[in-house]
Design a protein around this ligand. Sequence first.
Ligand SMILES: C[S@@+](CC[C@H](N)C(=O)[O-])C[C@H]1O[C@@H](n2cnc3c(N)ncnc32)[C@H](O)[C@@H]1O
Length: 292
Amino acid sequence: MTACVPLPGLHQDRPAPDAVIACADNLSFMASLPTASMALIVTSPPYNIGKAYERRSSLDDYLDHQSLVIAECIRLLRPGGSLCWQVGNHVEDGAIVPLDTLLYPIFRRHGLTLRNRIVWHFEHGLHCSRRLSGRYETISWYTSGEDYTFNLDPIRVPQKYPQKKHFKGPNLGQPSGHPLGKNPGDVWILPNVKSNHVEKTVHPCQFPVELVERLVLALTVAGEAVFDPYMGVGSSLIAAVRHGRFGYGCDIVPDYVAIARARLAALRDGTLRTRPMDRPVWDPALPNGGHR
Ligand SMILES: C[S@@+](CC[C@H](N)C(=O)[O-])C[C@H]1O[C@@H](n2cnc3c(N)ncnc32)[C@H](O)[C@@H]1O
């Protein structure tokens, strides 16, 4: 595995910071970062649907700008690194345009390999009257090269039938499932951050921290650098720092950057509340929704 190029701001005579945050446009911030310095780039760009933080443009202009940002991200990615681009649909005159399919050729042109198209299913969102309400988005996980990091054990989930045993062969009677749990698969059912979610801030569409935690744990090792070029309120950096990685991020909205800084400070002093990775999704049919 190729070693990361040292990042700016890390000096031998004092401890490295755990996060570097900038209130800046991502192209200018990325220009200050060294080539091949990031183990994981994980982000959710604007979808060009007219949210408060974006100016709606033509789809062609949007894709041209995404191409520039993606090219610069790929410059920052170390060989064997991972890039996770989380998107939903662009919507125009009632027609949906799945952004991951439009962005796929851009990543392929840069030689990246798509390893999984993770479907993130959630229960809350707009209620549509002329089509089915949208209840999933996707995370396209790409890698640079074949020798990539993938640690399954830290993200295993409980077996559905933990008592299941081999019914024949040399392991007859032994448990048939992996003792640490099963592969979580490529459909992730995680609550999105709406009004009742413990992580809710003023940001209209933040990542649940647990979603990024899975990616950080599976795709990096401790001490590596994780970057979010559309950082918002810093959810990716929180996931990175919580697990001993270094977090880098930028956003153009000063209020979001201030919240990201405050959330990281709360993480460091142990007061940040996030939804635990192992909490089951609320089930109204069970006592206390199935929560312990
Ligand atoms: C979908 S949100 C990401 C939210 C983030 N995942 C979180 O958990 O808070 C997209 C973010 O991109 C930011 N943004 C838009 N254009 C940007 C640019 N050129 N450079 C940096 N950030 C930008 C917006 O302000 C917004 O916070």
